[in-house]
Design a protein around this ligand. Structure first.
Ligand code: NAP
Ligand code: ZN
Ligand code: ZN
Length: 349
């Protein structure tokens, strides 16, 4: 067994605290990864507070993992000790259903095993990347170019692939008017990718203080959603809206901003379901769709695209002792734009 040092929530209101546990030695096709950095995704907060139900405690979050391979099982062919690698939202899928064989493992018919709060075959619960190390099957590990660096690459493993995959699947690019609703971890990556793919991008944000930095990210326009007049001025003007908002909100306010045949892509998963004004869809043949992370092949493609185009997340690097404060600040939309935990920080002290 491997001794791991992590950070766990004991229950839905406890916050996170240091937590020691054991991981299995890597089996034949598994690699042992020494974790350097782990991003804080809003899903970690939803789950640590049990907002969707089903959180198993102690809960160790973390699915935006960057680390180095330090040991490999005997049959591993894809990685060797010293490789810089990433791990995202899931560490296993069945590998043989139509979605898995079609490189869309995130939709595995037999269910993925999420990196955090997932069920392993032995009945134990997966523990995520807010920890010193992790053991993952080589087929679910991503290669990370050294040129991407480390901390800024971590959020690519969830915020990055979620927005990249949604944009690619909907073939968004040059000639499209795209709005990004909510400028947080996902939102700022959506802006970077949509701009990079040639779209004209408008940020719809409830935080007027983000105006300047939104433009610095490459957005062409910024709308303060608290200002009705500003919102009204862009009625019927977008081909796509990428909704990344984490909290319950009125979807109908934003559906009316779509053109005829425009599409709202839901990425944020607030804990409450919305009321829908159906007429907003029927009257302009508008569509609502959703998207969920991305497959392993697409995630690798995204990481390679980022290395080629010099795209990483804008991050604030923190020691593990700051996690609870970071959670509070995320809930106040006070982060530019992703917290990333330096997993080596507290261990050195
Ligand atoms: P985040 O960094 O906290 O960003 C969410 C943004 O939503 C905030 O920055 C804020 O933007 C806006 N917002 C927050 N509360 C709001 C409120 N009460 N009213 C209006 N706007 C509000 O979160 P994230 O990590 O990007 O994650 C966003 C959501 O996506 C979460 O629900 C998460 O679980 C989900 N998610 C989904 C997937 C997927 O595969 N579909 C993957 C990862 C995460 P402004 O300040 O600009 O308004
Ligand atoms: Zn995530
Ligand atoms: Zn499958």
């Amino acid at each position: 067994m491997i001794q791991a040092k992590g950070y766990a929530a004991e229950n839905s209101t406890s916050g996170l605290a240091p937590f020691s546990f054991e991981r299995q030695e890597p089996h034949e096709h598994e690699v042992l990864i020494d974790i350097l950095y782990c991003g804080i995704c809003h899903a970690d907060i939803h789950q640590s507070k049990n907002e969707y139900g089903g959180t198993q405690y102690p809960f160790v979050p973390g699915h935006e993992i960057i680390g180095r391979v330090i040991d490999t099982g005997e049959q591993v062919t894809k990685y060797k000790t010293g490789d810089l690698v990433g791990v995202g939202y899931f560490i296993l899928s069945c590998g043989h259903c139509p979605n898995c064989t079609n490189h869309e493992e995130q939709f595995c018919d037999n269910g993925i095993t999420p990196t955090q709060n997932g069920k392993l075959p032995d009945g134990s619960t997966t523990k995520g990347g807010y920890s010193s190390c992790i053991v993952v099957h080589e087929n679910y590990v991503l290669k990370v170019s050294d040129s991407l660096g480390t901390a800024g690459a971590a959020p690519l493993l969830c915020a990055g692939i979620t927005t990249y995959s949604a944009l690619r699947h909907n073939e968004i690019g040059t000639g499209h008017q795209v709005a990004v609703l909510g400028l947080g971890g996902l939102g700022h990556m959506a802006v970077k990718f949509a701009v990079s793919f040639g779209a004209e991008v408008t940020v719809l944000s409830s935080s007027p203080t983000k105006r300047e930095s939104a433009i610095a990210l490459g957005a062409h326009h910024f709308i303060n959603t608290a200002n009705e007049a500003e919102l009204k001025a862009v009625s019927g003007s977008f081909d796509f809206i990428m909704d990344t908002v984490s909290a319950p909100h009125d979807y109908n306010r934003y559906l009316r901003l779509l053109k005829k045949d425009g599409t709202m892509i839901l990425l944020g998963v607030p804990p409450e379901n919305p009321q829908l004004a159906v007429g907003l869809l029927t009257s302009r043949r508008r569509k609502i769709t959703g998207s969920f992370i991305g497959g392993i092949e697409d995630t690798q493609q995204m990481l390679d695209y980022c290395a080629e185009h010099d795209i990483t997340a804008d991050v604030e690097v923190i020691p593990p002792s700051y996690i609870n404060t970071a959670y509070e600040r995320i809930l106040e939309s006070d982060v530019t734009y992703r917290f990333v935990i330096d997993m080596k920080k507290d261990q050195q002290q």
